[in-house]
Design a protein around this ligand. Structure first.
Ligand SMILES: Cc1cc2nc3c(=O)[nH]c(=O)nc-3n(C[C@H](O)[C@H](O)[C@H](O)COP(=O)(O)OP(=O)(O)OC[C@H]3O[C@@H](n4cnc5c(N)ncnc54)[C@H](O)[C@@H]3O)c2cc1C
Length: 530
């Protein structure tokens, strides 16, 4: 074997706090000095050690997609010879019969996690890939909420050029203080470069009580410890703004976001691009993009401009939500194991419901919900935080520590509003949308009672970036064929199919959690009774 030079490039990473991370080595980048079996084994060991270190929650800033799985995090098992042959014979017969007879079903491909990147689709790098306008379309992302920022990050990792527009003037322009529970997305966020959520808390127990404090249901990791079952994942609770910031940090300077840009118009151009109009201060600014993604939330202007507001209008579900964040310091002296920051609890009376979860390392978030007409809920909300707190304290005189939490919450940390969703979006409604699509609440708004909205927005963002990356590299002629055909139709089909049951179950959960059925004793998440 020849004596090649030893070279294992160590990549110095920039950490969020400006410090340098330890050197890391990637399997892919290890070039072997002397290709003796011992050197190979040592290199492999070193690479594995370093990869594990990376997976062990170090905070890296830059990533490239994994070349082994093209950033998908998964690979396909090869079809068995027998299945391939069987399909080929059926295909030949189908063609001979000129497409008559039973429609052909392609054999299902089984997938497995890519072990090169441990399923994230990413590998650490010394810098982000440069945006490649030759291969990829330039994307205008409307809305820097959870879905919009996640899409920008996933594009950054793939060298897909984008501009992120947000109507708010800055990151903290509005109070957006509530906590999210990441369920499926607690794993999926690794595909967005978030290997450890510094501000997230894990809950290990979820318990349901009657108003007197009697436990009627329990589930979670601690319950599993007493049984033989192992839970598939851990839920992570994190303030919405902390998750948004963790994503935003990867984009670099906050000035990279076009703050203060409110989208007001869209026009498809003859060259297959789109002209966007933004209100910026009092002026109208026009820009062009190859692809527009509406990540502009439940009252999406992109959706409204595409399909009109009358087709699937906002649907008020007839409930109000009052929520607050209470610091544990304000609860000093209140003795309760429910405040251990690893327990989620809810208390129900068949009509009203309060849900309390860890919010941060020193606070809990509560969410009171009850049936109320849209008009009444809007009027209550308009009366302000003091009125919302008064309403919550007046209604809920339940077991410890609920009254104590409500009364210790500062009005500045309380908000409340009616809740809405929309009828399911049908793929046909987007057929004529050209190079414009929707993700997150803009595509599939849902009630917050199954905690799925942000989870789905994150999955949408990752799925869209992966689809753009793979399809545009495979079909570089997307400018001629059009992005709808080459990218969007397939993406939307997957997104709408995945999120449909979440929208429907979230609507059913509202009814269930405020009905007598919720008082039934039993073990397992209440949602499973749907
Ligand atoms: C109380 C509550 C609790 C929740 N709990 C959970 C939970 O536990 N788990 C979970 O998964 N989900 C939860 N959700 C839902 C979750 O917050 C949303 O589904 C998620 O934020 C949707 O993300 P998005 O990016 O689609 O929209 P958003 O995060 O709403 O972002 C939309 C962005 O678009 C901007 N925008 C709007 N119009 C324009 C315009 N014309 N031009 C430019 N920018 C514009 C907005 O300013 C905003 O920044 C909860 C929601 C609520 C209200």
């Amino acid at each position: 074997m020849g004596n090649k030079e030893a070279y294992i490039p160590g990549m110095i990473q920039k950490l969020g706090d400006g410090k340098k991370a330890p050197q890391i080595f990637c399997l892919e980048q290890a070039v072997v000095l002397k290709s003796t079996p011992q050197v190979k084994t040592e290199n492999l060991r070193q690479s594995r050690r370093c990869q594990n270190q990376f997976l062990n929650h170090e905070r890296y800033t830059y990533f490239n997609i994994c070349p082994k799985c093209s950033g998908r995090g998964k690979k396909n098992y090869k079809l068995r010879k027998k299945s391939r042959l069987r399909f080929q014979i059926a295909l030949d017969e189908f063609e001979k019969a000129r497409g008559e007879g039973r429609a052909l079903v392609r054999p299902k491909v089984t997938q497995y996690l890519c072990n090169h990147c441990s399923g994230s689709g990413l590998l650490p790098a010394s810098c982000s890939p440069l945006p490649n306008s030759e291969i990829y379309p330039h994307i205008a992302i409307i809305g820097a909420g959870i879905g919009g920022v996640a899409l920008a990050v996933a594009c950054l990792h793939r060298g897909i050029p984008f501009t992120l527009y947000e109507r708010d003037k800055s990151f903290n322009a509005r109070a957006q203080g509530y906590g999210l529970t990441l369920q499926q997305a607690s794993n999926a966020v690794k595909g967005l470069g978030l290997f450890s959520l510094q501000d997230g808390c894990h809950s290990t127990r979820h318990v349901v009580h009657t108003t007197e404090g009697k436990e009627i249901s329990e589930w979670g990791l601690r319950t599993h410890l007493n049984s033989n079952k192992t839970p598939k994942r851990k839920n992570v609770h994190i303030p919405r703004q902390a998750l948004r910031l963790a994503l935003m940090e990867q984009l670099g300077a906050p000035s990279d976001v076009q703050w203060g840009h409110r989208l007001v118009g869209l026009k498809q151009c003859e060259d297959k691009g789109v002209e966007l109009s933004f209100q910026v201060n009092k002026e109208i600014k026009r820009v062009k993009a190859d692809l527009v993604v509406g990540a502009d939330g439940i009252r999406s202007i992109v959706r409204s401009l595409l399909i009109g507001e009358d087709v699937t209008p906002l649907r008020c579900l007839g409930y109000v939500v009052i929520l607050g964040i209470c610091s544990l310091q304000a609860l000093e002296g209140v003795e309760s194991s429910l405040l251990d920051l690893t327990t989620v609890f809810q208390t129900v009376n068949g009509h009203e419901r309060i849900y309390v979860m860890p919010y941060s390392s020193d606070a809990v978030m509560w969410q009171l919900s009850l049936p109320m007409s849209e008009e009444e809920a809007k009027a209550l909300s308009a009366r302000g935080a003091e009125a919302l707190k008064e309403e919550a304290c007046r209604r809920i005189k339940w077991h410890t520590p609920i009254p104590q939490i409500l009364s210790a919450t500062l009005p500045a940390q309380i908000s409340g509003y009616p809740i809405y969703d929309r009828e399911l979006l049908k793929a046909e409604l987007l057929e004529k949308a050209g190079p414009v699509t929707l993700i997150g609440d803009a595509a599939h708004p849902m009630s917050p009672f199954k905690g799925q909205g942000a989870n789905q927005a994150l999955l949408d963002a990752l799925a869209l970036a992966r689809q753009i990356s793979i399809a545009c590299r495979a079909l570089p002629k997307w400018r001629e064929t059009g992005l709808r055909e080459s990218v969007l139709t397939e993406f939307e089909e997957e997104m709408l199919a995945r999120s449909a049951s979440k929208v429907q179950d979230s609507a059913k959960a509202v009814e269930l959690l405020h009905s007598e059925k919720v008082l039934r004793e039993g073990y397992g998440p209440k949602g499973r009774f749907l």
